[in-house]
Design a protein around this ligand. Structure first.
Ligand SMILES: [Zn+2]
Length: 262
């Protein structure tokens, strides 16, 4: 009888292009509250229309900017967990075992930078990033004030664009806004060409992000879910491994390494 971890390890060892698709659960294990983990998340305590919509921004930019700077401060004070680190080490681990080059790409719905800080080099942010603000007027990348963000501030003047003087806005996708096209196309391309896809810590209900694993399923890719409880995408999975990312992913690396010695 093959266990979920063995099935996933074998599939990854046979793959050369791997997509790791992560959602809120991945960040939650580092202690970061996210859009969807209600009822006790920061998002539930605030009015999403005020804090996460273009209308809220037009109404009170200082309040919105202060809030996102607070979230950025939270992330800066947080560390990637063992699961983020395992994802960053996956390609090297596989290559050490079989000697062939492996590409691991992360597609995340999260707006923090924990994958990058753990060492992942290829990270696509489907819903934007707290760390990539841009000009409201000309869309050029913006810069933060040089002082570190104050998590307690309830109002804060947003910086201005050095090119056109427009307001710099948070780099996250708000409710009522379309997902940025280019990252989504890149993500689709990665899914089209991958051999295996791991779906980690996502509820699987946020569209169109959730279409990516469904595309992978329709293309006949190996699909495995690593989630404490089955997501809305569980029906598409070859394997559902009920564990958390911080717990399961280091075990998965150990399982892959065992092949080398056995
Ligand atoms: Zn500008």
């Amino acid at each position: 009888m093959t266990t979920p971890i063995q099935t996933i390890a074998s599939a990854l060892l046979a793959a050369r292009r791997i997509v790791v698709f992560t959602g809120a659960g991945m960040s939650a294990e580092s202690g970061i509250a996210t859009f969807r983990d209600k009822p006790d998340s920061l998002w539930a305590k605030f009015n999403t229309r005020e804090m996460a919509s273009p209308a809220g921004w037009r109404e009170n930019k200082q309040r919105v900017w202060a809030w996102y700077e607070g979230r950025r401060a939270d992330v800066i004070a947080t560390q990637p967990h063992a699961g983020h680190i395992a994802v960053a080490q996956l390609a090297d681990t596989l290559q050490r075992v079989h000697g062939n080059p492996v590409q691991v790409s992360v597609i995340t719905q999260n707006v923090d930078n924990l994958h990058e800080r753990a060492g992942s080099e290829s990270v696509i942010h489907l819903h934007g990033s707290l760390f990539e603000p841009r000009c409201m007027a000309c869309s050029r990348p913006g810069e933060f004030a040089s002082a570190p963000p104050d998590p307690q501030a309830s109002t804060l003047e947003p910086p201005h664009c050095t090119h056109c003087g427009g307001y710099i806005r948070p780099g996250v996708v708000w409710f009522g806004e379309a997902m940025p096209e280019q990252p989504f196309r890149q993500a689709e391309e990665l899914v089209d060409t991958c051999d295996a896809m791991l779906v980690i810590g996502t509820s699987g209900v946020v569209r169109p992000a959730a279409d990516l694993p469904i595309n992978a399923y329709q293309l006949g890719k190996f699909l495995a879910e690593i989630n404490p409880t089955p997501s809305g995408l569980a029906g598409y999975m070859k394997v559902q491994w009920p564990t958390s990312a911080a717990q399961g992913l280091p075990e998965l690396l150990a399982q892959i390494e065992q092949v080398q010695t056995s």
